[in-house]
Design a protein around this ligand. Structure first.
Ligand SMILES: Cc1ncc(COP(=O)(O)O)c(C=O)c1O
Length: 471
């Protein structure tokens, strides 16, 4: 299905696009980046030149020249009478791009599999005859896996029955299913900004109007704003990552949890807590389950702890909501493959080993990136982070999009800060995952350091002035 993007939405997504002169090339770059990282899908109609010019405060000729540049690079085609349409171009699929063998793809923060996984897969495969003698899928998830997930929650202080768990195809399908089930078009949904972009997309896709609550590496959650949003917009749901928030790495303290829980209860909002990154403590013990005494809906996953390729996630909720979810799932997805569920149920018995290995791997990656950034880009602010998969680095100029495009030319693929924003902004930030092999991480930082002076010097004077005012 073809879609369109309004001038207002495009202007918001472009954020601080003026990263170089001439302005029309900077604008074309901004739109290219949105196409490359999947924020604008192929076959999307772009706004008319006059509308975009008005939304951005530009002359129509600047927008016309930008569209001309995009036609030249085969990112868009213009059809007489129907305006300009983005094209599907190799290498610009959302998420993974087609990269050359020596390119480094840091758009996703996905660690390689836990080393014990292949052995467990072999054990389960040895038992394949009994597996394939059954139907092979079940919409709620296998009892063995639901029991294993429930036992982990119970041991962590949230008593859970297997009937309160539903297995999904990764956490992403849990987010999608909850969004589709709970939201009606026009409902408000509270979400952190910056946030995990595919969650924002799932909520928007279900018709929600997103209302952002800022989270920063220095100050955590903006509690005044959170209380205001709950009280004034009475969101149907709030989607939060209280442990090692993606991308800031922050964790909520007790006070932050209490404020959210009370405000959500007053507003009658469903609190959805995404725990995909919650077990990824790097320094010291895991902080424990968030919102332990609050009736929240929990989303879990083995995607970061064990392997993204398993596609095992789950929802923990009360029985009523689980039965609604079970009833809503089949039109889109009849269940999670049994083989992966059997593997997951066994892996869950080994979680202490898994998490110890993860902590080691992530610590090495984080320390390597922090050291390389301090050496090569000392003017960037690198926040301390005690867990999770990435650093939310603050650049010394709001030129994250320009940087990401320049790094792409050198074979390093990253997501600009604005990718994680709910309504534009975060042009001073870059999400730097530390899940890749250390030589790749070091090389990526080298590339960033090599291209950064050029990106800065290409920025228009206005950005430079803004910078000096901030220093
Ligand atoms: C916070 C968060 N939730 C959900 C997901 C999706 O996880 P899965 O691979 O289990 O679908 C991710 C993956 O990056 C994530 O970071």
């Amino acid at each position: 299905m073809d879609s369109r993007i309004s001038a207002r939405a495009l202007a918001a997504a472009l954020g601080g696009w003026r990263t170089r002169e001439p302005a029309y090339e900077a604008l074309a770059d901004g739109i290219r980046l949105l196409c490359l990282d999947g924020r604008i899908a192929a076959r999307t109609a772009l706004p008319a030149e006059r509308e975009l010019a008005a939304a951005l405060g530009l002359s129509r000729s600047t927008v016309a020249a930008a569209y001309g540049s995009l036609r030249g690079s085969a990112h868009i085609a213009s059809v007489r009478g129907s305006g300009s349409m983005t094209l599907a171009v190799r290498g610009r699929e959302p998420g993974r791009v087609v990269v050359s063998a020596d390119a480094i793809d840091l758009q996703q923060a996905s660690p390689a599999a836990w080393p014990g996984l292949a052995g467990i897969m072999s054990e389960v495969a040895a038992d394949a005859a009994s597996l394939v003698s059954r139907a092979g899928y079940e919409v709620r998830g296998s009892l063995a896996l639901r029991e294993a997930v429930a036992a982990r929650y119970s041991a962590s202080g949230v008593p859970t029955d297997p009937d309160e768990v539903m297995v999904t195809t990764g956490a992403q399908s849990a987010i999608h299913l909850l969004a589709q089930t709970l939201l009606r078009r026009g409902d408000r949904a509270l979400i952190e900004t910056p946030t995990y972009p595919h969650a924002a997309e799932a909520l928007r896709g279900a018709g929600a109007r997103l209302v952002g609550v800022p989270v920063s590496t220095t100050d955590g959650w903006d509690l005044d704003r959170a209380e205001q949003v709950f009280a004034r917009t009475t969101p149907r749901l709030a989607y939060l990552m209280p442990r090692f928030q993606n991308p800031t790495g922050r964790s909520m303290d007790d006070a932050e949890e209490r404020v959210h829980a009370a405000a959500a209860a007053r507003a009658g909002s469903v609190l959805i807590v995404d725990e995909t990154t919650a077990d990824l403590a790097i320094d010291g013990a895991s902080p424990g389950l968030s919102f332990a005494d609050v009736p929240v809906v929990r989303i879990g996953s083995l995607g970061k702890t064990v392997w993204g390729g398993l596609r095992i996630g789950w929802v923990r909720a009360d029985r009523d909501l689980i039965s609604v979810l079970v009833a809503s799932r089949p039109p889109r997805d009849l269940g999670t493959p049994e083989f992966e569920q059997a593997v997951a149920a066994r892996v869950l018995q080994r979680m202490p080993d898994v998490l110890a290995q993860r902590a080691l791997l992530l610590r090495e990656g984080r320390d390597a990136v922090v050291q390389a950034l301090r050496e090569r880009l000392p003017r960037w602010r690198v926040p301390p982070v005690a867990g999770g998969v990435a650093l939310w680095v603050e650049l010394d100029a709001p030129l994250s999009s320009g940087l990401v495009l320049a790094a792409r030319h050198e074979g390093v693929y990253l997501s600009a800060g604005s990718r994680f924003a709910v309504d534009g902004g975060h042009d001073r930030h870059l999400r730097m995952p530390f899940t890749a092999p250390i030589p790749d991480l070091r090389r990526a930082v080298d590339v960033l350091a090599d291209v950064w002076p050029g990106v800065r010097s290409a920025a228009p004077v206005a950005v430079g002035d803004y910078l000096e005012a901030l220093v």
